[in-house]
Design a protein around this ligand. Structure first.
Ligand SMILES: Cc1cc2nc3c(=O)[nH]c(=O)nc-3n(C[C@H](O)[C@H](O)[C@H](O)COP(=O)(O)OP(=O)(O)OC[C@H]3O[C@@H](n4cnc5c(N)ncnc54)[C@H](O)[C@@H]3O)c2cc1C
Length: 509
């Protein structure tokens, strides 16, 4: 039995939501991976009388497809979608059975109108928390349009394909046999990459808002919910809802929930946000702010919106190391997410650049998979928490090199090494590695505010204890500010604080 009792019970409950019968076609052979997959499908079919199974010839062994009884849908799984892909499996089963996907009508129409054949293949690892978003989006596209098919491929099972295509980052999507994209993408972004422009809500001529929140991470959503609960006319605009938590794996310090994962928390936060009267504007970027009688919010599209108050919660992003080779070998051995891409370096040698908490955590994480991990720190000692340092020094397959300033990433189609300057000897040292994980902290998303607001030397927005900036009516919260600690719960608190301050400002002005 592959499924433990808890998972079986959960799955049985979900399968009760199935509307019509479905047919799973299985392609297997006489090998352990096929036997495991066939046993899994049998177990699955045993949980619902609506699931029928038959043998079929499919492009990959082992693999299976999920179909309507009289119609192939084009959703294939090459591998057993457990781990993070378990939700993708449940959704595929329900949606093929007739349970409608939760996406906008406009998007459904855009997908149905695609006339050309699109055959997507997504290479995933089952520990990748960014992969399901892409798998689920492409499965929905296959479900809605007979011209589209999609195969999820477990890279650990189809290693030869991964190696022959030089795939060193997941999710890696191929379209009609050619590289299409790498990394997390929402359905709208996939359509945009296919040159299908999103149907954006009409923004010109919108009535001014009381509170306009920029950013849809923990700080922004919390601010919007607090503002809406005060009965204020509120908008939240974000390039991507969720923010950094979309890239976070396990979260164990969100008080009241012992353990959750980034994408789950992001989905819960969005559901909470949408239960209030907040105008949510997705996939838009703010270019600049201007203070007139109200605050003018200028979008990159040129649209100008007006609000009596603004709360900036634009968070932060991975800091690049900015050495030759970094951009060139991104996703070809240069990686930022150990949870996603770590499994692709199983048995190999990897370097982690950065001796703070995130670097040391990444090294510890990778030590369980990689043959050797080399942790490079440009200072003379690590600056991670003591407890993490102790653990890292106790691992036999982690080597820590201090005083090492990375100067170049070396490769030839994919990474094969790096050079660092040994600041004690002044010598350049080259080491051979198969992958490089860059973990040198975050940069605030505030470049667009340089000439508008007071920022500190790190580019963080300077705020007081009320979340006020130097412009009356403009507040800020979360990782984009000079608050000393960058955490989910702190950002949420700061968002609430800024919203209450905006409410107070509106009472007095
Ligand atoms: C890998 C990783 C693991 C982490 N693990 C934990 C953990 O376990 N526990 C914990 O408490 N914290 C953790 N953190 C930190 C935590 O995720 C952040 O502190 C938190 O997400 C900050 O929230 P925020 O809303 O301030 O910013 P963000 O989450 O960065 O959100 C910023 C928002 O602003 C939007 N945006 C940016 N620029 C613009 C623009 N110009 N126009 C429109 N929208 C824009 C973005 O699209 C996004 O919606 C982790 C962070 C990382 C990267």
């Amino acid at each position: 039995m592959l499924l433990d009792n808890d998972v079986r019970e959960k799955l049985s409950q979900y399968l009760q939501l199935m509307e019509k019968d479905i047919l799973i076609k299985v392609n297997d052979a006489e090998n352990p991976a096929s036997t495991e997959m066939s046993d899994f499908i049998k177990e699955l079919a045993g949980l619902s009388t609506k699931i029928h199974v038959e043998a079929a010839s499919l492009p990959r062994i082992p693999s299976f497809s999920i179909n309507k009884v009289n119609q192939d849908v084009g959703i294939y799984f090459a591998g057993i979608p457990l781990g993070h892909e378990f939700t993708s499996l449940i959704l595929a089963l329900l949606q093929v059975s007739g349970y409608p996907p939760k996406i906008d009508e406009a998007l459904i129409e855009q997908i149905k109108n695609i006339k050309v054949p699109l055959h997507f293949e997504t290479y995933v690892s089952l520990t990748c928390h960014n992969c399901p978003e892409v798998v689920q989006a492409l499965n929905i596209m296959s479900l809605l349009n007979p011209n589209i098919t999609h195969t999820m491929i477990d890279g650990a099972l189809f290693k030869e394909e991964i190696d022959s295509k030089n795939i060193l980052a997941v999710p890696s999507v191929y379209l009609n046999g050619k590289p299409f994209s790498s990394g997390r993408m929402e359905l709208e972004e996939i359509l945009l990459k296919l040159d299908i422009k999103p149907i954006l809500p009409k923004l010109d001529g919108k009535e001014p808002y009381d509170v306009f929140v920029i950013g849809g991470g923990p700080a922004g959503t919390s601010a919007a919910i607090y503002a809406a609960r005060k009965g204020l006319r509120t908008a939240l605009l974000a390039e991507e809802l969720g923010g950094q938590i979309n890239n976070t794996f396990g979260i164990e310090n969100f008080i009241s929930i012992k353990y959750t994962e980034g994408p789950t928390l992001a989905a819960n936060i969005e559901e909470h946000l949408r239960s209030y009267a907040v105008d949510v504007i997705k996939m838009q970027k703010v270019k600049t702010l201007r203070k007139a009688s109200m605050v003018e919010i200028v979008l990159e599209t040129g649209t100008i919106l007006h609000s009596k108050t603004v709360i900036i919660a634009t968070g932060a992003r991975w800091r690049n190391i900015n050495v030759p080779g970094e951009a060139e070998y991104k996703n070809k051995g240069v990686a930022y997410c150990p949870h996603c891409d770590g499994p692709l370096f199983k048995g190999k040698t990897v370097a982690v650049i950065g001796g703070g908490n995130s670097g040391v955590e990444a090294a510890l994480d990778l030590a369980g998979l990689a043959k050797h991990v080399i942790l490079l720190q440009n200072f003379n000692k690590l600056n991670a928490d003591e407890i993490l340092q102790k653990r890292v020094y106790s691992k036999e397959n982690i080597k820590v090199i201090t005083n090492a300033k990375t100067t170049e990433i070396l490769g030839n189609e994919k990474v094969h090494g790096l050079t660092y300057l040994d600041s004690l000897t002044g010598n350049d040292v080259t080491i051979d590695v198969d992958g490089i994980f860059i973990q040198i902290g975050l940069l605030p998303n505030t470049e667009w505010l340089k000439n508008t607001l007071s920022l500190n030397s790190f580019g963080e927005i300077i705020v007081d204890k009320y979340g006020k900036t130097n412009i009356p009516g403009v507040f800020a919260a979360g990782d984009c500010t000079d608050c000393p600690y960058k955490q989910i719960i702190i950002s949420m608190g700061a968002g609430a604080n800024a919203a209450l301050s905006a409410f107070d400002y509106l009472l007095r002005n």
